[in-house]
Design a binder for this molecule. Structure first.
Ligand code: OOG
Ligand code: MG
Length: 261
């Protein structure tokens, strides 16, 4: 792939999100697309959103737990970016008409108090730079047909980022054993999946460390104020209009949102 194809592919994925209509996987036309190519497409997609006036809330990690890797048949963590227009207040509503085929997953988000930079960042360094942790429900909405993709496809598509509900109850990370948080994800009062936070690369702080190390390769760092999703602890569950979605994260609290037409 070359710069022109990075740009045209980013525009194609951007239009899919705007038009809310699923598209063929990029690897159908570009079977040779590498992970490096895919991140170049993602960079162009991020540039389109920034040019439109949207602001980055923070980078996010994806495919960090066995539950997610197994479900999506993909074997490596990836990153993408969350923008301000994606954030829904706790208890708020998402609209099926705005989206393609959304799914929800329960996560822990880190709010940084300090920048994190380097190629060998550790989980301990991440915890020292973290101001607060909050529960999060991420709504992912792959732009691809039937929510099916290869690793380069999903990277190009900004890691399926679509919406996120962040809890408003902030907790200091030092008050918790952040690798032993039990999590349940429920829809209309019925538990759909459960898990424990250690399933995110051993400890969710390790996920942020991996992110810092991946970003360092392209000369970027994590910034104070970034809100960082560490990756789904539970499997992602399909949403339908009328759903009331809630997650309970031990010691961190409960969050919810509604799904309307
Ligand atoms: C890719 C996004 C993965 C996570 O938390 O694992 C992700 C996908 O599954 O569509 O956000
Ligand atoms: Mg996620």
């Amino acid at each position: 792939m070359n710069l022109a194809s990075y740009k045209s592919t980013a525009e194609f994925l951007h239009q899919s999100e705007i038009k809310k209509s699923e598209v063929l996987r990029i690897t159908t036309d570009y079977p040779e697309m590498t992970i490096e190519d895919a991140y170049k497409v993602q960079e162009e997609l991020v540039a389109i959103k920034l040019k439109q006036g949207h602001q980055i809330v923070g980078p996010k990690m994806g495919l960090t737990s066995q539950a997610k890797m197994r479900q999506m048949n993909v074997k490596e963590p990836i990153y993408g970016y969350i923008f301000d227009y994606m954030v829904i207040p706790e208890g708020g509503t998402i609209y099926m008409n705005d989206l393609i085929h959304p799914k929800v997953e329960a996560e822990i988000a880190f709010i940084l108090g300090k920048d994190i930079e380097g190629t060998a960042v550790t989980g301990a360094e991440v915890l020292a730079a973290t101001e607060h942790v909050v529960p999060a429900l991420e709504i992912i909405d792959s732009r691809y047909e039937n929510f099916k993709f290869t690793l380069p496809d999903v990277i190009a598509d900004n890691a399926s980022s679509s919406r996120v509900v962040l809890g408003d109850h902030l907790t200091k990370p030092e008050l918790l054993e952040l690798d032993s948080i039990g999590v349940t994800l429920s829809i209309n009062g019925e538990i759909k999946d459960s898990g424990v936070s250690a399933s995110v690369v051993g400890h969710p702080a390790n996920s942020v460390a991996m992110l810092a190390n991946m970003l360092a390769r392209k000369g970027e760092k994590l910034q104070a104020g970034n809100i960082i999703l560490t990756g789904g602890i539970t499997e992602a569950v399909m949403l339908s209009a009328g759903d009331l979605v809630s997650a309970k994260l031990e010691s961190l609290g409960e969050i919810s949102f509604k799904v309307a037409k």
